[in-house]
Design a protein around this ligand. Structure first.
Ligand SMILES: [Zn+2]
Length: 598
């Protein structure tokens, strides 16, 4: 192993000034016309969301409410060179955790200069993409990747292919913020040059942030001699790169100094502060300057009006310590309602995830502008597009990171946003008892036509007599062009005559309201004994138990039985020791009980 970065280099990083690879990386991406189109679309979305946030913020101010806290699940991939954990590029858990903690202090407005609370927190993942328990830290020896041991990752110069490195360890970007920790960027030997870079969050295939192992962490006490990141501006690269991930530009955006090589920076145009430069009206245009912290703005030759720009973490100045109110608005406009803030990747899985049973499918069409644009339930929105944009139907029911959650003892309104064009018809069904059809009591929630374009339909959720507490059930929504336009009338959740629209299926978790769940087990008089059990466990109930399924704590089905009796002995001799969940169907109601196998 060639690389053992010397302590001298490690300490000396900040004397090089903070360079970020955002512009260089972006100029590469901009060679792709799809990227430019996507950027345009997202700016349009940000503009609309910004207007909404400004209005809501006024309302909140008068009602004295704060914004919702958004949580971003994070996975850190440490691409090391084969060292022991906690040594060299294979940085310790403590170093990683310190970086995340400091990042949160900054974005929650708790550091000296940063007083604006973005109400955003980063949290290491606790569920993997397959919903297994995780620390949110993946360690990968990348020394075999061509060029990595010599020069790290290639951004603009020597080193291993970024795409090859990311593919070593990559979690779905719509559900996690991926951070790759690397040994070097462009062979900078752990010293100056680019220290990190990030993409705007759009849910694209390899989005996230790449960061040098020498800049990821913060230890103001100076106690951790292995990673002496104790200066006040340490970890600022991480805060800066996350700003890019949240769609913030540099404060000097538009100075045309993008290539990182020789260039003549010019003063950015700023005719319209919401569309030019960094798109934030409370910073001012300036040229990039990496080292000084000047009294004057070189574009105006006058003193800065305030410290919003000079001390802005999205500049390259050395005195940076803050962000602004407009930057917060832009960040919230991007992130509110996005798949990643809905993701349950950073939450412990208390109840095993069991995807709802399959039901009939509908036919699929994928070239039209009829369809469902968003489904909102209990504060979570699943955003999508019309049938052409979604390439037909959507079935997200096996996604254990993104589903709705409700408490069955509470009333909810479901909101369904429909296509911008023409009159529509809409049907909504919930398979409450998870028996694979939509034919039981209260399963049809809504079925109507003559709905004008751009409507958001509000539907009050109706529950069956036996609410399936503690269960994952399927909701199906079908939208098609209205029959006034000559397409068939929608009558069935299993329609095979979809003409221009689509079906969308999601999972709803009906939270265990503990008193209600115990009450239901009591009403049905369902019990398990003995508990804990060794070789056999007996289930009994007042009425016929139709079937029983046993799941382990990861939600994996381990056995199932057809019962059709009021009592049955279940053979559990082959199960390994641990906690199991038994799900039963009795009197057309689903319930669950936990037991311990000794
Ligand atoms: Zn940057």
């Amino acid at each position: 192993m060639k690389k053992l970065v010397s302590v001298v280099l490690f300490f000396s990083y900040f004397s090089y000034g903070q360079f970020c690879g955002f512009d260089v990386h972006r100029s590469e991406l901009e060679k792709n016309p799809n990227f430019i189109a996507q950027e345009k679309a997202s700016e349009q979305r940000i503009k609309l969301a910004t207007q909404r946030i400004r209005t809501e913020s006024q309302q909140r101010k008068s009602a004295n409410q704060s914004t919702d806290l958004l949580t971003i699940p994070v996975v850190v991939h440490v691409l090391h060179l084969g060292e022991e954990k906690g040594t060299g590029t294979n940085i310790s858990d403590a170093q990683i955790e310190s970086s995340i903690a400091h990042l949160n202090s900054f974005y929650r407005g708790q550091t000296t200069g940063s007083t604006i609370d973005f109400q955003i927190e980063m949290k290491l993942a606790q569920r993997s993409p397959t919903c297994e328990i995780t620390t949110g830290i993946n360690r990968i020896d990348a020394s075999d990747v061509e060029g990595y041991e010599e020069d790290g990752v290639s951004l603009y110069g020597n080193g291993a292919s970024e795409s090859t490195l990311k593919q070593l360890s990559l979690w779905p970007t719509s559900d996690y913020l991926n951070i790759w920790i690397v040994s070097e960027i462009d062979g900078n030997n752990g010293g100056g040059g680019y220290q990190g870079y990030a993409n705007f969050f759009n849910g694209g295939s390899q989005e996230g942030s790449v960061m040098m192992y020498t800049v990821f962490g913060y230890d103001p006490t100076g106690d951790n001699t292995d990673w002496p990141l104790s200066r006040s501006r340490d970890n600022s690269t991480v805060v800066h790169e996350l700003g890019h991930y949240f769609h913030l530009y540099h404060t000097f955006q538009g100075d045309d100094g993008a290539t990182g090589g020789a260039y003549e920076a010019q003063c950015p145009i700023n005719d319209n502060p919401s569309t030019d430069g960094d798109r934030c009206a409370d910073t001012v245009p300036h040229k990039r300057e990496t080292s000084s912290c000047p009294d004057e703005n070189s574009c105006t030759s006058e003193n800065w009006e305030n410290d919003n720009t000079k001390k802005n973490i999205m500049s390259y100045y050395r005195c940076t310590d803050r962000m602004t109110a407009d930057q917060k608005t832009r960040v919230r406009a991007v992130m509110e309602g996005s798949s990643i803030v809905n993701s349950k990747g950073s939450q412990q899985l208390n109840q095993p995830f069991v995807a709802p049973n399959a039901v009939c499918s509908t036919n699929s069409v994928s070239t039209w502008t009829s369809g469902i644009l968003g489904v909102t339930l209990n504060g979570v929105t699943m955003t999508s597009n019309y049938s052409a944009g979604d390439d037909g139907n959507i079935d997200e029911t096996s996604n254990c990171l993104n589903y709705f959650e409700i408490d069955g003892s509470v009333s909810y309104d479901l909101e369904v946003a429909l296509s911008f064009y023409n009159f529509q018809q809409l049907g909504v069904w919930i398979d409450w008892n998870d028996d694979g059809d939509f034919e039981d009591a209260s399963e049809q929630q809504y079925l109507d036509d003559d709905i004008p374009s751009e409507s958001t339909v509000e539907i009050s959720i109706s529950y069956p007599e036996n609410i399936p507490y503690n269960d994952y059930v399927r909701i199906r929504l079908i939208c098609d062009l209205d029959d006034r336009h000559g397409v068939p009338q929608l009558t069935s959740p299993c329609t095979s005559s979809l003409n221009q629209g689509q079906s969308e299926d999601y999972t709803i978790y009906v939270k265990e309201s503990s008193t209600a769940s115990v009450a239901k087990n009591n009403v049905l008089n369902v019990s398990l004994h003995p508990n804990p059990a060794k070789n056999e466990v007996n289930i009994s109930a007042k009425n016929t138990i139709e079937s029983v399924t046993i799941y382990n704590v990861l939600g994996k089905k381990v056995s199932s039985y057809t019962v059709n009796a009021t009592s049955k002995n279940l053979d559990i001799a082959n199960l390994s020791s641990g906690i199991y969940v038994l799900k039963y169907l009795s009197s057309n109601a689903v319930g669950s009980l936990k037991f311990i196998k000794e």
